[in-house]
Design a protein around this ligand. Structure first.
Ligand SMILES: [Zn+2]
Length: 404
């Protein structure tokens, strides 16, 4: 059997995994590829174990339909989420579906090497349980910090040196992606967590809801943008959406750790609320939302007012983003929304009062309730897109297939 061109393999897999074609006729129809080419490519992929074809009985007396699905040797990706309280690892497939997931409770302060080693161990264990795969083809990892996607490392957002102490994660400038790649033997990508949440928002969304903006207000503050084609806008260095250091009207007078005075992060983040109320600082960050919710429940007026100020600041930022990007959907998320009973209302109100009517008229404002696994769907989608598009991955698959 001849080996099909990588581009034809890509076309067939794309038709199945993205366009939802489940048989040869549908693949030919949706991809515009000749039936004979589709047939030979499908046969090749079945022989390699990348696809399987099975009978599907619809209950009638006619011949069963033949349906294609991913086979035991179809490429898999490893996914890692480095979160403040846990390292989460998962395996995903070419459909962008998470197949298995594991979690280890640890803090980011354990450092990147230990966290990556922990993640790699979990991925190795999950791969061992797969029927015929011995490794992942690609790794996508996320962290809640600005990321330089070219170097695959966490970058600092500071723009000048100053006397203000920087809340270091201890991960800055460590080559997370290349270390992951070395440990797992596959190309690796490190992405900002809000970027992956945003890609997850785009899964299955209608074109009338694009462009899409995700604004995440929690311990920190970040945003992500999908363009009119549903593609993440990363900017030239990968830090598009790092909105925490915009200086907006009525921003704080505090000097930010980036060196500027009045950054919105000094008003709108849970971190800044805790500081202003004299509550536990960095080490206690993970407990801060619970402490603040309790203060609100106990009618602590200073806490209630400070949370309102933060919500108003997020609302002003959201209005600016709506004016600048004219999105079809604005997705709000993060623990700030749930600290007080009126935080979400204040943000929504600011959007519609402050953004230009011409920009806000068509925006659909929704709320995402992400859990700890929030970045996994977006990471799985990104991994599938990369595996389906990247000729190198397809070449690897072909080499692996040829060796069977
Ligand atoms: Zn700043």
């Amino acid at each position: 059997m001849g080996v099909p061109a990588a581009e034809t393999i890509r076309t067939v897999l794309w038709a199945i995994c993205v366009d939802g074609a489940s048989n040869r006729v549908a693949i030919a129809g949706r991809s515009g590829t000749a039936r004979s080419t589709v047939a030979s490519t499908v046969e090749f992929l079945i022989a390699q174990g990348v696809l399987v074809e099975r009978d599907v009985h619809d209950g009638s007396r006619g011949r069963p339909a033949r349906e294609l699905a991913l086979g035991p040797r179809s490429p898999l990706a490893g996914i890692v989420a480095f979160t403040p309280g846990a390292t989460i690892a998962a395996i995903s497939d070419l459909h962008g579906i998470v197949r298995s997931r594991r979690v280890v409770r640890n803090a980011l302060s354990i450092g990147p090497e230990t966290a990556v080693d922990t993640a790699a161990l979990m991925i190795d264990e999950m791969i061992e349980q797969q029927p015929a795969q011995s490794r992942v083809e690609l790794v996508v990892a996320s962290i809640g910090a600005p990321v330089n996607v070219r170097t695959g490392s966490v970058v600092r957002s500071n723009n000048r040196s100053g006397p203000v102490s920087f809340p270091s994660l201890g991960w800055e400038d460590f080559p997370v992606a290349s270390y992951l790649s070395r440990v797992l033997g596959a190309p690796a990508i490190l992405e900002n967590d809000v970027h992956l949440l945003t890609i997850g928002d785009g899964v299955g969304v209608g074109r009338d809801r694009l462009p899409l903006v995700r604004l995440h207000a929690s311990i920190g503050l970040g945003a992500g943008f999908l363009d009119s084609d549903g593609q993440l806008f990363r900017g030239v260095g990968g830090v598009a959406g790092d909105v925490a250091h915009l200086v907006l009207e009525s921003s704080s007078k505090h000097v930010c750790w980036c060196g500027k005075r009045g950054c919105i992060s000094q008003t709108a983040t849970i971190h800044s609320i805790g500081r202003d109320l004299g509550l536990p600082a960095p080490a206690g960050d993970q407990r801060l939302p619970a402490v603040l919710r309790e203060a609100v429940a106990n009618h602590d007026e200073s806490a209630v007012q400070r949370i309102r100020d933060a919500a108003d600041a997020v609302g002003r930022l959201a209005a600016v983003l709506v004016d600048v990007l004219n999105p079809g959907r604005l997705v709000l998320s993060g623990e700030l929304l749930h600290l007080g009973s009126d935080a979400l209302t204040r943000i929504r109100t600011a959007v519609f009062e402050r953004a230009l009517p011409s920009a806000s008229r068509h925006v659909d404002v929704t709320v995402a309730t992400d859990d700890e696994d929030g970045t996994l769907p977006g990471a799985a989608r990104l991994a599938a897109d990369r595996m389906l598009s990247d000729p190198a991955a397809l070449r690897m698959m072909r080499v692996a297939g040829a060796a069977i």
